[in-house]
Ligand binder design. Sequence first.
Ligand code: FES
Length: 623
Amino acid sequence: MTPTAADPAVGLPARVDLEFQPSGTRVRVPPGVTLFDAASWNGIAIDSTCGGHGTCKKCKVRIADGSVPTSPLDARAFSPDELRAGWRLACRAQATADLRVEVPPLVTRPKAATVGVGRQVILRPAAQKRYLELDEPSLADQKTDLERVVAGLDDLELRVDLGVLRSIGSVLRAADYRVTAVIVDDVLIDVQPGDTTARLYGIAFDLGTTTVVATLLDLSTGTPLAVASMLNKQQPFGADVITRISAIMMEPGAIDTLARLARETLAELTAEVCAEAGVDASEICEVALAGNATMTHIALGIDPEPLGVAPFIMAARQLPEVLAAADLGLPVHPRARAFMFPAFGAYVGGDITAGLLASGMDRDSRTRLFVDIGTNCEIVLGNRDWLLATAAPAGPAFEGAAIRCGMRAAAGAIEVVSMTTDGLDLKVIGDVEPAGLCGSGLVDAVASLVGVGLLDRSGRFVPEQDALALAPGLAGRLTKLGQERVFVLHWLAEPGDVTRSIYLSQRDVRELQFAKAAIATGWNILVDEAGLAPGDIQQVLLAGSFGSYLSPSSAIRIGLVPRLPVMRVVSAGNVAGEGAKMALLSVRERAGALALQEEVRYVELSDRAGFNDAFVDQLQFPA
Ligand code: FES
């Protein structure tokens, strides 16, 4: 095997090469990763029914080349001859050097769930339950209650929460020493009477500035049991993070109010998903939360003011890695834990870390562009070898704000516009009379008008006489409201009465041009930084709720994304929420999210020479 470059800082190789047989798959992983994780991370199935917790002893592999020390559990799983032949339990075997590993055929199927963008995640939640049948104490056996429970969990090195000690004595005695230990990571959070192992639950939250989504998961099967969403109760304080930070800067006590509103939102969603699935909220033993830096700071009561002013500093990149769910005011198990995704920067937050995890950006050999479009647009370019990230201030056009007839994507919003030179067709959310134009409709309308020639490349409506020649079926819609030229998408009253119509104004087109130019400048700078050309991008992922509704061909037409075959521009959906689910279902995936901190390089746009020139170039629509 090729020797691996050593990292002088730690004296260990920066990566180790593993070759799995019989498939011959070669993978490179950080040293210290277990063979079980390295395999499952790369889609190689190793037998297991415990998901890598060290209890099933099914994850047997043989080290054919290289060496791995034996673990205490290996001695119980293998004979001395087998150990000498290189047999090890994969979930206990850490790879610290290059290895060749033989994986026997599967006897059982590992439990896995499909989450994220088609990602197969082998279940290994941080939360687990173990049923114990313990001996009653006697004068000959005076172990403490805790020692008795911990002895039944001797493969784990546990820390114990004080709350457990307050109830352990009464629970053990009332349940005849038949109890279930509830463990999250390495913390014993509860000892429950009887066998409750079948009920293991967690909630994944996507804490958005606008919308908050909660998914209740059965952690032993990976199945989502209930999903609920609602508007963030902080909405009255402003539509975007900047207005919320401003409110906090201007109003003493506003941080407490906003923190309370975030918690109330999360608590209401918790109650809703639990009621729908018939799960008692006290059965939730872990939550994972993905949100942008401002939302997570506020939810934890941390002043976000420094995020809003240059040089844009966060209180911490990784808010305490393991928090109590109670710190978020969640009405779940009183000792439940919470995992929050770390942020890359003030404007590329934990929601993007979660999104990258769900879309597998760090594991794919293809060079991909990830774009999460919103008031603040986060952009990541790269593949499994390198990743560059930046944030572009796109403004509120895509949210329907700052657009004369703009509205959110709600009932009555025109969400799809298609045109030929003879006429147009609209799709309206809820199939009702149009009331306005949402972001995806705006992009479609502008792309269609560029397509039929009624908007020129500079973004100006063509003169009326040209319009008649170019698109006879549409020319009557190109008119004026006061001094401003507008294109009418829908007449609410008589055709010709522009004051009662849904229209797109010249200024609206300009707003969209500014927004798309900010985003296109962002990805162009990343492409340059990587020494690539836009055509080298193999896939564009449109993330976030807006990205899911955006038409890829319209996005290409206006130059919002690189000009690629349309099949290569795909909606990734709510990847932040998917990432949060993955973090709940697999500690390996969670470690992958934390590792992204080292793998992603943040590129600041605002102080960059040439940014303004690049921005002006991008205002035009592509030829
Ligand atoms: S996976 Fe169960 S013991 Fe290793």
